[in-house]
Each structure stands twice: as structure tokens, then as C-alpha cells.
Design a protein around this ligand. Structure first.
Ligand SMILES: Cc1ncc(COP(=O)(O)O)c(C=O)c1O
Length: 386
């Protein structure tokens, strides 16, 4: 059997007609940049993500960059983030000449460890000029936002939530639910095609409820223009185009259902691993850390990431059986050559380093057939138990 890591074709078959209809209209209108589709997508995403404003941009990476630009952090300021994330999270502050301070992850959720963050802040706040935190809701599950937001308030730090992988994820918070990207001054989304809400190319969004930041980002994404050919600041071309916005608007309607289908598949993996006797000793499945019994799941399973020993041998074994997997992320950011100048060393973030050696992402997407899941888990059983 061939088990692809991700197959976007069944999703496209479901929405092909709607998409073709929309694209046709855009081609007829010949309005490709900053039009009605983009404006409406911004409104719909703002509502879905429970923020006042959303601003469409060219990618998740650019959403991070433009968010940091809008905060106007002084030269030499530092931002704190996790070393266990995609390069863009730390790449954006690095490109702006900001200092990056990493804090290790909490091993169950793979997210920034807020207890260690508190210790770091109390030790370094005065000497390190820390001005912002970028929590990353990795794999579709949110960081412990309540204590993180309290720390931000205590130390007067800006928060940019990297929700590139977590649109629609929630965090239970004082009898309410905080949506990913809505808790800090700014939040960012990525619409990379493989994301839970993926476009037909690159795209991203900045979320905020601050009118001043919204205005700044609208200007920054368009070369800092205030009006045509009047530039208040230096920005860039960070715009989201109409074709992307149209595709995303069609898909957004299905997103809640697609997230439920991902959750059902995650539960199915959990059950199969239990039945095959693989849990704990051989396979650690990803816990939904905020799920209380009988209550809904807040994890959106952008990725379904297990921990295993002998990860690389297992991966090879699965590939021989036609099963594709992925490793997010094989090298934590503090050990990346491009960040050598930060002066970190092996051993500095043991949890991130251990995760890098153990994580294995299994196929997950809304239409993933149950037969594929059974085949994957049976192959893991064969590897570990013969
Ligand atoms: C955590 C995280 N941050 C930022 C990004 C950047 O998004 P994009 O690929 O749209 O530039 C990604 C994309 O993979 C991501 O996973």
C-alpha cells in the first residue's frame, strides 16, 4: 500500500467547482491585487479568529516580519521564543537585527515552557533588553497562554503569537476560550498549501485588535504607503493577492469540519496504538493537553507527532512499506548554522534537542482513510514487536 504523508487532491475534488467559479470571476475582472476578495477574507478571518482586524499578507514569514516592523522595537532589543519551531519564527527577528533569546520547550506539548520563561525573565530582564515574546502554537496546539500573558503584562512585553500551524486552536481561559492568535498584541497565520487552511500558493495574515497596529501593517505591506506615492515609512511588498484570497474564502467555510475530521483521525491513531499495545513503551502519542474528560478537544492536529526511539531506522522501515512520514524539526534552531552567532551550544536546550531526535510526524489530513491509519500502526507494531 502507498500511504502519502499528505494528499490534497480529495479536498480539491470537494471544492473544485466553487473555486473554478470564483477564479473565473477574478480573471474576468482583472483585479488581482488588494480587491474585494481580500477585504472579505480579512473580515471573515478576523471573525473566525476572534480579533478586531486581520490583514492579508504574502506569507506567514512576512506576517512575522511585518508584525515585528510594526512594533518598532529599538535596535539591540531582544525577543524570546522557542528553539523548537520552523526557522521563520526566529528568522524574522534576526532579519531586523533583533537579538534572539531561546527558552526550552515543555516536553508534552512541544511548546515554549512558560515556567522556564518566567525564570528567564526574572533573571535577564534588566540586562537583556527583552521587549517581546513570540510563542509558537506548534503542531496545532496552543501554548499555556494565561501565565504567558500575565508575564507579558508584568514585564511590559509585546506578544506576537505565531499561529502559523494553529488556526482555530483554542485555549481554555477564564470560562472562555482564547482563539489562537487573539491573545497578544499581534498574531500571525500561514496559508502555505499544506496548512489546515492552505491556499494555492503562499499567503499569510496578521491578526490584531489594535487599530494603530492595523493601520501600520496595512501601510507596511504596501511599501509604507499612506496614500499613493506618499511613504511614511519603509515597508515592502507583503500583499496577499486576490486569487489566494478567493481560494481561502471557499476553504474557510469547511475549516471547522476539517478540524473535527483531523481530531477524529488523531483519536483513531490513539485507539489503534492502544489496541496494538504500543503506547508508552514504544510510542508516545501527542497528548491534547487541555482536553478534560468528555469535553471538546482544543488541538487542531496540523501535525500528528509521536515520539519514538530509533526514529530514523523506523522512518526507513516505514518508507520501505510505502509509508511517508516527516520530521519536524530535525535540528533545533539554537544549533542551526545561521544562528551560531548567538553563541548557543549543544546541551543548552535539552528538551528541544531530545524532541528533535525522537519526533515523527505521521500522515494526517481530514480525508485520511482509516485503512491507511491501520496500515501505519500495523507497520509500527511490526517494527517494534516483530
Ligand atoms: C511555526 C511557523 N511559523 C512561521 C511559518 C512561516 O509561514 P510561511 O511558510 O507561510 O511563510 C511556518 C510555516 O511553515 C510555521 O510552521
Amino acid at each position: 500500500m502507498e500511504v502519502p504523508f499528505l494528499d490534497l487532491k480529495p479536498q480539491y475534488r470537494l471544492i473544485r467547482e466553487e473555486i473554478e467559479e470564483k477564479l473565473k470571476k477574478i480573471f474576468e475582472s482583472q483585479q488581482f491585487i488588494l480587491g474585494e476578495e481580500g477585504r472579505q477574507l480579512e473580515e471573515e478571518i478576523a471573525e473566525y479568529c476572534q480579533v478586531q482586524f486581520a490583514i492579508g499578507v504574502s506569507s506567514g514569514t512576512d506576517a512575522l516580519l511585518v508584525s515585528l516592523m510594526a512594533l518598532d522595537l529599538e535596535a539591540g532589543a531582544a525577543v524570546v521564543t522557542t528553539p523548537f519551531t520552523f526557522i521563520a519564527t526566529a528568522g524574522a527577528p534576526a532579519r531586523l537585527g533583533l537579538k534572539i533569546i531561546f527558552v526550552d520547550i515543555e516536553p508534552l506539548s512541544f511548546n515554549l515552557d512558560v515556567t522556564q520563561l518566567a525564570e528567564k525573565l526574572s533573571r535577564e530582564i534588566n540586562k537583556a533588553k527583552i521587549k517581546a515574546i513570540i510563542p509558537v502554537h506548534l503542531f496545532g496546539q496552543m501554548v499555556e497562554m494565561k501565565p504567558l500573558l500575565e508575564l507579558a503584562q508584568e514585564y511590559d512585553l509585546k506578544v506576537i503569537e505565531d499561529a502559523a500551524q494553529a488556526i482555530g486552536a483554542e485555549y481554555p481561559h477564564s470560562k472562555q476560550f482564547l482563539r489562537a492568535g487573539s491573545g497578544g498584541e499581534l498574531g500571525i497565520l500561514s496559508f502555505f498549501p499544506s496548512k489546515n487552511l492552505g491556499g494555492a500558493g503562499d499567503g499569510g495574515m496578521v491578526l490584531t485588535s489594535d487599530l494603530g497596529l492595523r493601520e501600520k501593517i496595512i501601510s507596511l505591506r504596501n511599501h509604507g504607503a499612506h496614500q499613493k506615492y506618499l511613504h511614511l515609512r519603509v515597508g515592502g511588498n507583503f500583499r496577499l493577492d486576490e486569487l489566494q484570497a478567493a481560494v481561502l474564502r471557499v476553504k474557510l467555510k469547511y475549516l471547522p469540519e476539517w478540524i473535527s475530521q483531523r481530531q477524529a483521525r488523531a483519536e483513531n491513531y490513539e485507539r489503534l496504538f492502544q489496541e496494538m499495545g504500543l503506547i508508552e513503551e514504544f510510542v508516545k502519542t501527542p497528548p491534547a493537553v487541555y482536553k478534560t474528560k468528555g469535553v471538546k478537544n482544543y488541538h487542531t492536529y496540523h501535525q500528528y507527532v509521536i515520539r519514538v526511539k530509533q526514529r530514523d531506522e523506523l522512518r526507513e522501515f516505514l518508507l520501505e512499506k510505502g509509508i511517508q512520514t516527516a520530521v519536524y524539526y530535525p535540528i533545533p534552531l539554537h544549533l542551526q548554522p545561521c544562528f551560531r552567532y548567538l553563541g548557543y551550544q549543544k546541551g543548552d536546550f535539552p528538551q528541544a534537542e531530545q524532541a528533535s531526535a525522537e519526533v515523527l510526524a505521521l500522515p494526517i489530513y481530514p480525508e485520511l482513510p482509516e485503512s491507511h491509519q491501520e496500515y501505519v500502526v500495523a507497520a509500527l507494531r511490526e517494527f517494534f514487536l516483530g
